[in-house]
Design a protein around this ligand. Structure first.
Ligand code: DX5
Ligand code: ZN
Length: 227
């Protein structure tokens, strides 16, 4: 299982968004993580469908829309141009319907699980998911400390994936950096979302590229062997 690096542009200087994405794309990022926040489900407001469309014009990388919103089913059609749509499981009463809704939009499906929520709720649907995103912080803001206590969820997912011969990615979002990427990889994570550990202010493309490269090296070094 190879690793996947998904820089979160929440931490980027929005006046330099295009340059930020180009820098991490050149450095080997596998996708771009776009946080969508509604000021209701979380106490912050972030990107819109137009961000996805504008990024589409400047990068060939897959665009991942992470919906941190209260009205998830209503928002999904707005993000049909994303390559992968990640929903917060605690906002969704009927997960099966939402998975089908995203697939019918032509996007791949991710489901995020907050630090204090159980991951085993997802067991019936693991075969239909492309990504399970373990939240290591409460959603809403970048730069929060990593909660290592969530890593048992990654390990459970890793074991279930192997036991059932499934193929979803195991992601982690929040507080991923030089100190935490290794333990996450060792627990079974293979998809790493990182914002403030990659993008500095003021923006520097060389720093962003170097940060991404180092995170990738550490992730591979500590990666749990899937064989
Ligand atoms: C938090 C977002 C994260 C955020 C991570 O609600 O879902 O994607 O950008 O930021 P860092 O990597 O700074 O913790
Ligand atoms: Zn996110």
């Amino acid at each position: 299982m190879s690793i996947h690096l998904s820089p979160s542009i929440l931490a980027a200087d929005t006046m330099q968004l295009g340059n930020a994405v180009t820098a991490v794309a050149s450095a080997g990022a596998h996708s771009i993580h776009v946080d969508v926040m509604d000021g209701h489900y979380v106490a912050n407001i972030a990107f819109s469908p137009k961000t996805i469309d504008d990024l589409r014009a400047i990068t060939h990388l897959p665009l991942h829309a992470h919906l941190e919103v209260a009205n998830t089913p209503q928002c999904i059609p707005l993000f049909e141009s994303a390559d992968l749509v990640i929903v917060q499981e605690d906002t969704v009463a009927d997960l099966e319907a939402v998975i089908t809704q995203i697939q019918n939009c032509g996007a791949r499906v991710g489901v995020a699980v907050n630090p204090d929520r159980p991951v085993k709720r997802l067991a019936p649907w693991l075969a239909h998911l492309d990504l399970v995103l373990v939240m290591a912080v409460e959603p809403g803001f970048g730069g929060q400390p990593f909660r290592a206590a969530v890593l048992h969820k990654a390990t459970w997912l890793w074991e279930e994936r192997r036991r059932l011969n499934l193929h979803f990615d195991i992601g982690i979002d929040g507080g991923v950096g030089l100190q935490t990427v290794g333990p996450a990889a060792a627990a079974g994570v293979d998809c790493f979302v990182a914002g403030s550990a990659i993008f500095s202010q003021p923006f520097d493309s060389g720093v962003a590229a170097a940060n991404l490269t180092r995170l990738g090296e550490l992730a591979i070094e500590h990666s749990r062997d899937d064989a």
